[in-house]
Design a protein around this ligand. Structure first.
Ligand code: ZN
Length: 429
């Protein structure tokens, strides 16, 4: 099995593990374009909507023939097949040299031959589309001009509103909602909602970004806000950014995420628990296992579980490549057996919660790819799964008025879509 399929398999398994108990009666999907989204209608998007212009050429006056680059085709042969002289091809190569390497054209990518009339021998332009984000126009009218055009990415917000009655993961998938939104929701609300124990009737609303090019959905952006109603009332996570703060906050301005992440790798499984009487597979005797092992494929990103400063990024004969992070005067965490460190990770580097600090490997005394995660409290290694960890630092009082103003706008947006049973009420201080 290759790494990609392994990862996908794990991901699906994990969602089904977590959300098997989820029950959904209905998922109402509302998508709308907001005035403040980073949207500007380009010539490009008009063309696709059947208007008049493509790649800057008026379709009333030009004929565009679309082609796919075949195996072993190179830029020169395409150009010459399109009717260009070798002189012209050299001119194009010269004009393109600072903006695009035309020797790198990809099999399977599209190119377009643009003529005044279908039966013309020579084109007025050739357009190469390496991917959906950009295209290269070789304009041959008058003098040769080569331009690389980046397409506009249109960001639209989508609101999903649902009540738990069957598998959330399945319902969202059926509605065409990107399932990674579940993961984002779980992380954003990790300090207030226990997603392992959801109840029938729990309700949620999510606002997240979808990215479009030429009207085609190309992926998901950020999760902007989440609300989750359960027995404990309404729980919120609102994405907020200012000079001093960045992240998810609850309705009162407290961090909505936990001060420590549950695991240093996503989509992993615990392969060996913290155990003071473990039989060591390599040394062949009972040796306390003072960490928690997370098995994950080679190269999986290892993330720091909390903000902190790197105190070690080095090699030890047993530990292999490892990183140690100091979070405060009480807690330190250590990540062993890495294949390599992430870029810029060395002694003294400041890291944020969730930041990639290295990659899964099997260096040192290790039988397979995994991270041995060690949790230090006051200089002693403890089982982090048994620790009652401190709450994250609340937002500064001086920041709160600005935050509340922002929060109210987000809540208004969330409340535009009313929940089927009862509305969400938030106490404003
Ligand atoms: Zn271990």
């Amino acid at each position: 099995m290759n790494l990609t399929s392994l990862k996908t398999g794990k991901l699906k398994k994990r969602y089904s593990d977590i959300f098997l108990s989820f029950i959904i009666a209905s998922v109402f999907i509302f998508a709308y374009h907001l005035d403040n989204s980073k949207t500007q209608k380009s010539e490009e998007s008009q063309a696709v909507k059947g208007v008049t212009n493509r790649f800057g050429f008026n379709l009333d006056s030009f004929y565009i023939q679309e082609n796919i680059i075949q195996k072993n085709e190179v830029f020169g042969s395409i150009m010459s097949n399109a009717g260009l002289t070798s002189n012209l091809i050299m001119l194009i190569e010269h004009e393109a040299k600072d903006i695009f390497n035309i020797r790198n054209i990809q099999t399977g990518a599209k190119y377009h031959v643009i003529k005044r009339h279908e039966c013309d021998e020579t084109p007025v332009a050739i357009v190469y589309e390496p991917n959906k984000y950009k295209y290269l126009v070789c304009d041959l009218r008058n003098e040769v001009k080569v331009n690389l055009i980046e397409k506009n990415i249109e960001v639209c917000e989508q609101i999903v509103n649902g009540t738990i009655e069957s598998s959330l993961w399945k319902s969202l998938e059926k509605e065409g909602v990107n399932p990674s939104v579940i993961d984002l929701m779980e992380e954003a609300l990790s300090s207030s909602v226990d997603f392992y124990h959801t109840q029938k009737g729990d309700q949620f609303k999510l606002i997240f970004e979808n990215k479009y090019i030429d009207g085609e959905l190309i992926g998901m952006g950020r999760l902007l806000a989440a609300s989750y109603n359960n027995d404990n009332g309404a729980n919120y996570a609102i994405l907020y950014k200012s000079k001093d703060y960045e992240g998810y906050f609850d309705a009162e301005g407290r961090p909505a995420r936990k001060s420590f992440l549950k695991a240093p790798v996503k989509f992993s499984r615990i392969s060996s628990n913290y155990n003071l009487r473990r039989f060591h597979p390599i040394k062949g005797k009972t040796i306390p296992h003072l960490g928690t092992d997370y098995a994950a494929p080679y190269g999986t990103e290892i993330r720091s579980v909390a903000d902190g400063v790197v105190t070690d990024a080095t090699y030890g004969s047993g530990n292999g490549y490892f990183v140690k992070v100091k979070h405060n005067n009480i807690y330190q965490t250590q990540y062993l057996h890495m294949s390599r460190f992430a870029k810029g990770i060395r002694k003294g580097t400041r890291v944020k919660q969730g930041q990639t600090i290295g990659y899964v490997g099997s260096t040192g005394l290790s039988t397979g790819p995994h991270v041995c995660f060690r949790f230090w409290k006051n200089g002693r290694q403890v089982n982090h799964l048994n620790e009652k960890l401190p709450l994250a630092q609340p937002m500064n009082m001086s920041e709160l008025p600005t935050y509340f103003e922002f929060r109210d706008k987000v809540l208004d947006k969330l409340n535009e879509v009313s929940l089927p049973l009862h509305d969400v009420a938030v106490s404003k201080p």
